[in-house]
Design a protein. Sequence first.
Length: 138
Amino acid sequence: METVTERADRSSGEVRAAALSYILPAIGFGIPTPFVLRYLARTHELPMTPFGFRSHSGPFEALGRDRFIGLGAVLMVSCLIDALAGAWLWRGRRRAAIIGISATPLTLLMAYGFAFPFLFLAIPVRLVLTARAWPRLR
């Protein structure tokens, strides 16, 4: 039999997991983006990663440097929205889940356009975690 305290701890853990599923990808993809865009503006090419491929290289690259930089700014805004949703989720706010779910199509587009496979993987995880946390949000 589960005690009230154990149930509250589990509930809090589910909400925090949902929050982190928004915050961590936002940090992981949002922080490097301005540096990548600056490098691109300066050198006219995307920087190489230690893993042997160009950072942020995906279908958006074919649109040209100026559009790519504009879409990079959209990516940073998308990451900011996700981070804000995650911070509010951490506090148990239902509006955060609504914002996060609403921002998912934009995040999905950015994941595709910049070829971020880990962001693709994070999207269904965050949706499932948000659904599990939903009853505990106020």
